[in-house]
Design a protein around this ligand. Structure first.
Ligand code: NAD
Length: 479
């Protein structure tokens, strides 16, 4: 595959230096990719601006645009195995996750938004003014900057890219510096599908490359997924230059296990819900509120199940948990485990880096703390690693307060056989998504995004069509 950047239909090394991307299972360098400079970003944005109004893209009829998206979906599906292996190699997620979830989800997103292309309608409205007709239309925004994180590089990119293209925009993509490869390979497939030059551009690099994109005056919208701190900075810059902005940020999802819950089902769902992709999931279940009478049973079963998971190279088909993405994530996880110990939580399993043949990769054992208190940092801060905190609660009436006692509001889970209570609690919890008696589900048709410090705006469903268009009102006089 190509490891240079795609700008205006040309593969280029850009005008700067390069940086390495690593295989997190071994710590070895897989490839060197270009570090895009401000000049490279400017070239990419200008190419996207020109493509936006070009007959080849701007002049395409909706049905033709839909066919292009379907062709991209088909190509991605044809290359699904290769793409899954690439994602695993660069990001670390087990093949079960990349092949079973990330790549199929990306394919479905392209198909779902291909379906919308021919159905993006405005309204007519009965104005209280004589002799005029009124209609509204939805128009694309122009050049959109798509900035993505490293935890699900391909899938999260496609959550942005599919609706951005479906609505007729052009894009400059800035993938995370830890995991640029699947975005570059996708760009090759998009070229092969016949998407015109300049419509999709990719600039690789770190925060400086991202900043140049956010600052650029020709960029009309930034869609960002990443940490809350970076989101605040991007939101402020977009405010200054009056760009539209969507922010999908961090989380600290609570999972409530009521006294009447099926504990074994809850253990299974929470094990996966907490440890999928080694806990590097913005919606990972990480603080478990368990009825005090069942706390020990739940915590012990969860720790037993977590301790039995097989850690290994994601490319090995029997691996349950792959490495973390980088040495920085290992250091962050190690720091939080130390904090949990010092704050007096009871470590039931894990807590260390494995030795032996996994020592050279960025691995960390699945870790469960019991007897955690609400004020401990492991219960309050996003760790983004395989660390689960079990907290006992005494009174069901305090559950909504405990769940909401967080800066974040991305997602939550509730486990109870009493569906009335579960639904009441679902309404009381401040989170963009609540799952009842299930691990996390994601579907292109279900709106996704966070409340509070977890973000601004929604992706997926019709919400993403709105996020990549603006309304124009057209009035016509009868006279
Ligand atoms: P990050 O904020 O460090 O980086 C994300 C992206 O932004 C990268 O491409 C990075 O190069 C770029 N970037 C960094 N600083 C920038 C700046 N000042 N201007 C422009 N671009 C900049 O986040 P991360 O560590 O890669 O990702 C982990 C975070 O992402 C976690 O907090 C996680 O919860 C969050 N996340 C949220 C969702 C969601 O849907 N809400 C999904 C996945 C991850």
């Amino acid at each position: 595959m190509r490891t240079d950047m795609l700008i205006d239909g040309e593969w280029t090394t850009g005008s700067g230096t390069t940086f390495p991307t690593l295989n997190p299972a071994t710590g070895e360098v897989i490839a060197e990719v270009p570090e895009a400079t401000e000049t490279d970003v400017d070239t990419a944005v200008r190419a996207a601006a020109a493509a936006f109004t070009s007959p080849a893209w701007g002049g395409l009829l909706p049905a033709a645009r839909a066919r292009l998206l379907l062709r991209v979906a088909d190509l991605l599906e044809e290359h699904a195995d290769e793409m899954a292996r690439l994602e695993t190699l660069d990001q670390g997620q087990p093949l079960q996750v990349s092949a079973g979830f990330s790549v199929p989800n990306a394919v479905e997103h392209f198909r779902y938004y291909a379906g919308w292309v021919t159905k993006i309608t405005g309204v007519t409205a009965p104005l209280s003014i004589p002799d005029v007709d009124y209609r509204s239309v939805r128009e694309p925004l122009g050049v959109c900057g798509l900035i993505t994180p490293w935890n699900f590089p391909l899938m999260i990119l496609v959550w942005k890219l599919a609706p951005a293209l479906a609505t007729g925009n052009t894009v400059v993509i800035k993938p995370a510096e830890q995991t640029p490869l699947s975005a570059l390979r996708l760009a090759e497939l998009i070229e092969e599908a016949g998407v015109p030059a300049g419509v999709v551009n990719v600039v690789t690099g770190g925060p400086e490359t991202g900043r140049a994109l956010v600052r650029h005056p020709l960029v009309k919208k930034i869609s960002f997924t990443g940490s809350t701190g970076t989101g605040r900075e991007i939101g402020a810059e977009c405010g200054r230059t009056l760009k539209k902005v969507s922010l999908e940020l961090g989380g600290k999802a609570p999972s409530v296990i009521a006294a009447d819950a099926d504990i074994d089902a809850a253990v299974q769902g929470n094990l996966l819900g907490g440890l999928l992709n080694s806990g590097q999931v913005c919606a990972a279940y990480t603080r478990f509120y368990v009825d005090a009478g069942r706390h020990d049973e739940f915590a012990e079963k969860l720790a037993g199940a977590a301790g039995s998971l097989r850690l290994g190279d994601g490319l090995h088909p029997e691996t349950h948990l792959g490495p973390l993405v980088s040495a920085e994530q290992v250091a962050q996880t190690t720091r939080y485990v130390g904090l949990g110990r010092r704050e007096g939580a009871e470590l039931l399993t894990g807590g260390n880096r494995p030795d032996g043949e996994l020592a050279s990769g960025f691995f960390f054992e699945p870790t469960v703390f019991a007897g955690v208190r609400q004020d401990m940092r492991i219960a309050r801060e996003e760790i983004f690693g395989p660390v689960l905190a079990v907290l006992p609660y005494e009174d069901p009436e305090e559950l909504a307060g405990l769940a909401n006692d967080s800066a974040y509001g991305l997602a939550a889970a509730i486990w109870s056989r009493d569906i009335g209570t579960a639904n009441r609690l679902a309404r009381e919890i401040k989170a963009g998504t609540v799952w009842i008696n299930m691990m996390q589900g994601l579907d292109a048709a279900a709106a996704w995004g966070g409340m509070k410090s977890s973000g601004l705006g929604r992706e997926m469903g019709w919400a993403a069509i709105e996020a990549y268009t603006e309304i124009k009102s057209i009035w016509t006089s009868h006279n």
